[in-house]
Design a protein around this ligand. Structure first.
Ligand code: HEM
Ligand code: CA
Ligand code: CA
Length: 298
């Protein structure tokens, strides 16, 4: 018998007897979200990272507090796109439409499944998602501590190691930047000053960033989950400083080269790292709940 205070035991079959159609429901809902907006997949994947990295994978990122003191109110989370939140809210509504499942599946688990579906339905690898997370009850602005685009390799490693993730995990997860875009404000200072940026790429970005509200794709195939992110780094076309440093620093360059030449290895390592990320700070019935509305604690 498990004590309610024991560390959470996640497993893929957690909802088998509770909500047997869960994965199909989320898969179809995510498909609809992606059809509604092309940026849903990237937005959902990033949302999962920002959730797990702060207070663990507990959907704390989704809580809206009326006084504005919540994670979303933090500058580091302001650039999360609404389409990611909407993807999870729509999947949750679809799950709760099934009388068997109603109010029995956590928002944290729906987010984990929606992130996997976003990857798979963009051409990335399938992996089994471990389930059984409870939703957190706390979300505050000040708890948000996330990596920044000016982090060097040591700072990136320190941050991910705080989550129990290795340098290899960090490099594989940074491959999430195979999807989506970044506002010019995040990389403008590199244009013309960062010698590791390809000069042709710099010229191209200078044309793109005529206003700080402009944005550029993180890799040449922003809708496809592939290894072109790493090939891009080899050519000095990494968009963010924290991307390009993975190639510039000789301690991580070998892994970048490996993923650039071997998409299968990147895919495999990404699934391993996502599974490890999904275990961070998982809540149990003792310190969590199954939220009825992902935006509010019960
Ligand atoms: C390594 C440290 C990381 C840093 C410094 C970082 C920083 C950023 C920044 C600044 C943006 C652009 C935001 C915007 O302009 O809207 C972004 C976008 C994105 N990030 Fe990261 N990120 C990191 C790691 C990750 C990880 C681990 C994942 C997921 C596995 C991820 C997934 C994404 C995705 C998918 C986007 C595109 C979002 C969209 O287009 O809506 N990032 N990231
Ligand atoms: Ca969280
Ligand atoms: Ca891509």
């Amino acid at each position: 018998l498990r004590s309610p205070l024991a560390a959470a035991q996640l497993r893929p079959g957690y909802y088998a007897g509770i909500c047997p159609n869960l994965e199909t429901i989320v898969r179809n809902s995510v498909r609809q979200s992606m059809a509604q907006s092309q940026i849903s997949a990237g937005a959902t994947l990033r949302l999962f990272f920002h959730d797990c990295a702060v207070r663990g994978c507990d959907a704390s990122i989704m809580i809206v507090n009326s006084n504005g003191d919540d994670e979303w109110g933090s500058p580091d989370d302001q650039s999360l796109k609404p389409q990611g939140f909407q993807t999870v809210l729509d999947a949750k509504a679809a799950v709760d439409k099934d009388p068997q499942c109603r109010y029995k599946v956590s928002c944290a688990d729906i987010l984990a499944l929606a992130a996997r579906e976003s990857v798979v339905q963009s051409g990335g690898p399938y992996y089994q998602v471990e389930l059984g997370r409870y939703d957190g009850k706390v979300s505050t602005k000040s708890s948000v501590v996330l990596p920044h685009v000016d982090f060097n390799l040591d700072k990136l490693n320190a941050f991910f190691s705080g989550l129990g993730l290795s340098q290899t995990d960090m490099i594989a997860l940074s491959g999430g930047h195979t999807m989506g875009a970044a506002d010019c404000s995040f990389f403008q200072s590199r244009i013309g000053t960062d010698p590791t940026m390809d000069s042709g790429f710099a010229a191209q970005l200078r044309g793109t960033c005529t206003s700080s509200q402009s944005s550029a794709f993180l890799d040449p195939t922003p809708l496809g989950f592939d290894n072109s992110y790493y090939k891009n780094l080899q050519g000095g076309r990494g968009l963010l400083g924290s991307d390009q440093v993975l190639y510039t620093d000789p301690r991580s360059r070998g892994t970048v080269n490996y993923y650039a030449s071997n998409q299968g290895t990147f895919f495999y390592d990404f699934t391993v790292a996502m599974t490890k990320l999904g275990r961070v700070g998982v809540k149990t019935a003792a310190d969590g709940e199954i939220r009825r509305d992902c935006r509010y604690t019960n």
